[in-house]
Design a protein around this ligand. Structure first.
Ligand code: M6R
Length: 609
């Protein structure tokens, strides 16, 4: 995820900027840059790759400026490169801006700016902000920033610097973190506390809609209308390590809690304004193209494979196309029946998984059309595939995949809707209804995350069992597989997921008194059948924890414990039911004293066979 730093004071700004960016390296990035006010000019330096290459470029420069901004970029719009790195400037280098987040309406804004004579040099969404500032500046920097904020849509934290106003930095926050650090004759701005913690612990944590006007000896907070806000300072007590995790005990828990934002970022720019269709600018598919495809493969590993299973369900149900799902390590060696009429979709958070990359190359060799779904712009998989759609989850640091999975589900769902739109396999009112429900998912995930106490209790009670079973039918089964993987990989408890109807073909022999079974029962179309299977395990004295949608009054009649998630369409409910399963795995691992973020024998990115 991108990192932001800013400094205004009496010391050489570049020292703080580089130090602050170094403290943010743990967040992941692909390029970096700084802008420093040198006399009457703004000096900008940027570099793709590690911070060391930026430092190398700056090595022989004498920068004495005392006001500046810096950025580490995690690419979303445009590949990682020197040009796409932040800071971005307007046509004349009068305004400089750094940005975290996504400007959703940047395309129409950019078209308008180009038509009015502005010259763009990068592929980023951010550059529009600098040009908008240039266009709206009439001598009052704060007013111009407020005007720009009224024009842009999306999520952002932004810091602005102006050549004509060398005594102030302005920053603004909307759905991305931003903090102002308060010093003596100096003030700091950062996207995250670790960047400033060695300089000051007195801060203002900005809220959405707030604008900070930061001078070396004063900080003023205003709202979008320009009204002053009387804000309380926040004294940071975390140590540096806790600060990196945003106050959470582990990256995994932080990332679980980031899901509402990750999901919102991934979906929002891809929904038409009227909420009646899906826009996937990355693809230029039409009916002729889809008619030419007679088979779709989804190929991936681990959690991404589980997202693929859900994807199969979506595409078959909504777009009425046949889909096979395969684990990449099997697919690549089994001489798959693939030709130019096959579409192969590979899913990979890292974009570097060796098996998935090899499966992609093999598919291309066989002549298939290829599409990659990945979280890392410029990754090997993104570069090899003909088409790419990115999840915008931000970097995932914990080995256990959480927000990558939910954003992959979002994209699989949107892809299926997009194909259904083209194919004419979904009535317009059903499409609108599903999009409307989709838009509510981020808030519903937040609601699910707000009540973790029962999950903690179950984890403490059952965290020392040696075996746990997960059961479900239809999409519940796909989520059960993911829940079992999460538990296995971080708590080392043996966990298996079964299609509920399959239990009686062997595994029921293992269900005896006291064995914990997590039963998902949210799929209305197979609800009665699921209930029968739950009764079967209950009859064998298993301890059954149900996962149900709010409003289900049946399940608790048979079970001691039911965890409820908000109700939504049965197609979308995997995005909610997976959350308590992630938390259950997390708290079970804590109960057992496991190293949650770095489980044994596993790597975040598996680049070997
Ligand atoms: O980077 P990828 O999505 O290609 O990684 C695939 C798997 O290695 C990954 O999902 C793995 O299963 C996770 N540790 C699961 O939490």
């Amino acid at each position: 995820m991108c990192g932001i730093v800013g400094y205004i004071g009496e010391k050489k700004t570049v020292d703080f900027l580089l130090d602050g960016l170094t403290k943010l390296e743990y967040r992941g990035y692909d390029s970096a840059g700084v802008a420093v006010m040198e006399g009457k000019n703004i000096f900008v330096e940027k570099s793709v790759g590690r911070l060391d290459s930026l430092k190398e470029k700056l090595k022989n420069k004498t920068l004495n400026g005392v006001i500046g901004i810096g950025h580490t970029r995690w690419a979303t719009h445009g590949r990682p490169s020197d040009v796409n790195a932040h800071p971005h400037t307007d046509c004349h280098g009068n305004f400089v801006v750094v940005h975290n987040g996504i400007i959703e309406n940047y395309m129409p804004l950019k078209e308008g700016l180009i038509a009015r004579g502005h010259k763009f040099i990068s592929e980023t969404d951010t550059e529009v902000v600098a040009h908008l500032l240039e266009e709206n500046y009439t001598g009052d920097f704060v007013d111009a920033v407020r005007k720009v904020l009224s024009l842009i849509e999306g999520s952002y934290s932004l810091v602005f610097m102006s050549r004509e106003n060398p005594d102030v930095l302005i920053c603004a926050k909307q759905e991305n973190p931003l903090v102002i650090g308060l010093g003596k004759d100096e003030n700091f701005i950062a996207s995250d506390i670790p960047a400033i913690i060695s300089r000051t612990r007195n801060t203002y944590i900005l809220n959405d809609g707030e604008i900070g006007i930061v001078k070396k000896d004063s900080v003023k907070i205003i709202d979008r209308q320009g009204n002053a806000i009387d804000k309380k300072t926040f004294h940071v007590t975390w140590n540096a390590e806790a600060a990196e995790k945003g106050g959470y005990e582990h990256f995994m828990l932080k990332e679980i809690n980031e899901q509402p934002k990750a999901v919102r970022d991934t979906m929002s720019k891809r929904i038409a304004k009227d909420g009646a269709s899906i826009i996937l600018d990355e693809l230029n598919w039409d009916k002729k193209f889809l008619d030419s495809i007679n088979k779709i493969y989804i190929v991936a590993c681990g959690t991404a494979y589980h997202a693929g299973l859900v994807g199969k369900f979506y595409i078959e149900k909504l777009a009425r196309k046949l889909v096979e799902v395969d684990v990449a390590s099997e697919y690549r060696y089994r001489n798959p029946i693939v030709d130019e009429n096959t579409l192969v979709i590979v899913i990979s958070q890292s974009g570097e998984t060796s098996d998935t990359l090899a499966a992609l190359k093999e598919s291309r060799r066989l002549g298939a059309k290829t599409l990659a779904i990945t979280n890392v712009v410029g990754s090997s998989i993104a570069r090899q595939a003909e088409n790419v759609i990115h999840t915008w989850a931000g970097p995932e640091i914990a080995v256990a995949s959480t927000k990558a999975y939910t954003t992959q589900l979002i994209l699989m769902f949107m892809l299926a809707l997009y194909m259904a739109q083209i194919n004419g396999t979904i009535p317009a009112d059903r499409l609108k209804e599903l999009i409307c429900k989709l838009k509510k998912i981020p808030a519903q995930i937040s609601e699910t995350l707000s009540d973790v106490d029962p999950i903690k209790t179950f984890a403490r009670q059952y965290g020392f069992n040696e075996d746990v079973f997960y059961i479900g039918r239809s999409l519940d089964y796909c989520v059960a597989l993911e829940g079992a993987l999460k538990l296995k990989e971080i708590s080392y408890i043996h966990a298996e997921a079964y299609a509920s109807g399959e239990l009686k073909h062997g595994t029921l022999a293992l269900i005896v008194e006291g064995v914990p079974v997590i039963a998902l029962a949210t799929q209305k179309s197979v609800y009665e059948k699921t209930l029968s299977n739950i009764k079967e395990v209950k009859a064998r004295d298993a301890i059954v924890i149900g996962i149900a949608a709010t409003g289900d009054t049946e399940l608790e009649k048979y079970l001691d414990h039911v965890i409820y998630v908000p109700d939504t369409d049965e197609l979308l409910i995997p995005l909610l039911t997976v959350v308590p399963l992630q938390l259950l795995a997390y708290y079970a691992a804590i109960t057992r004293g496991c190293d949650v973020d770095k489980p044994r024998n596993l790597a975040k990115s598996v680049t070997v066979e």
